[in-house]
Design a protein around this ligand. Sequence first.
Ligand code: NAD
Length: 465
Amino acid sequence: MPRHHHTTGAPEPAAHDVLDPATGRTVATVPATTPAEVDEAVRRAADAQRGWAAAAPGDRARLLRRFAALVDGHNEELARLEVREAGHTIGNARWEAGNFRDVLDYTAGGVERLTGEQIPVPGGLDVTFLEPLGVVGVIAPWNFPMPIAGWSCGPALAAGNAVLLKPAEATPLTALRLAELALEAGLPEHLFQVLPGAGAVTGDALVTHPGVAKIAFTGSSAVGTSVMAKCAASVKRVTLELGGKSPNIVFADADLERAAATAPMSFLDNAGQDCCARTRILVQREVYDLFLDLLAPAIAAVRVGDPSDAATEMGPLISAAQRERVRSYVPDGAAGIRGSAPEGPGFFFPPTVLTGLGPDAPAATEEVFGPVAVVLPFTDEQDAVRLANATPYGLSGSLWTRDVGRALRVSRAVAAGNLSVNSHSSVRYWTPFGGYKRSGIGRELGPGALAAFTETKNVFISTED
Ligand code: NAD
């Protein structure tokens, strides 16, 4: 009996077509999980979790490492599947499957190290335990299906939880394959289940289910806000990894050649469908023209095309609808730099840098989630920080300068969770990742990854006679 109801009134499809974004063709049709099936999955997961939490830490770690090894052994298969369902370049997709493996390995190393504290108190002994939450719901977007699923699923499992993963409608295939590999590795049945389906139905059933202790949501700020509100009703734990509008701040004293050479892929990677994309390029006024002169050939050199070709640097967008959305941010006849993109089938959009817009233009303030960046001039350090922070988002950012003091001052002044100096790196599985402001709440990865999927219990034991 379904206990949750879809509220939009539109009939929900019983299955979702998965399209190849490079051709527009259907590659699979995946049945949607009904709320009744979600309910059943929660019940089974809760049973499996009890045994998992009671198992010896070393045994849990070993199974997670075995899972990691199987993912490693299937890297090419998983990567090809990601190219087909998400249009990722094959190079990226191999990295993504490798990232899932690495997160499993890293978090497996945390199982035996999930220690509490012993705190000095008079009259007894005080210790803390980090206890698993129970059943965790993970809701993932389509832009990095494997890594983002892994960042929550790995630590949650390692900390002793069961995990129900709801992949995005467009990209369920790698998630389903990963669940098979988990079983093959020997993880208990029902401990890690993948529940494909519509966000508003299957996702909502997870969010509102009383048996789900925490939701780890990655996706748009709009949906994330509603997920948090629904979690509030039962004080369900929630982490949100949401959108971004990250700055790339180029000071006049920077290595401009490197800053210009690296700027394109800092917003074109994954065709710009990256929450960390550096889509606001802020350039100190005295080097503005010079920087654009250096940037233009770098944009023109980006190889856009067939994602299964190892030489391709940028593939298509996820869907025709996404391409239309992206197009709507680029005013007709807008000044700027445009790269090339294949004609014909596939949801390709050319690399685009807009130069003539003010800081309030939609392309400069909203998350485009496509290969579009704006360049804005700034006068001095204070102005750079002001512009960088003039956004409701706060996920990532880069700054380019040779002045160490300035690098530190600006890093501390920009309100964002992940900053890089003279580089664009932002996500390493062993460092924390997450957003300030409306980019999210909570952190994933890094030393605190497992603890985020636990409750801290404090126990005082009296030593009085
Ligand atoms: P989305 O919010 O539309 O969907 C994300 C997931 O939520 C999907 O699985 C979807 O089915 C599900 N969902 C949708 N409605 C729901 C509902 N009412 N209840 C429960 N679940 C629901 O986002 P998207 O378009 O798939 O992903 C793009 C967004 O994700 C961008 O804004 C991007 O910045 C963000 N993102 C953030 C990070 C990060 O770590 N901060 C990483 C990647 C992507």
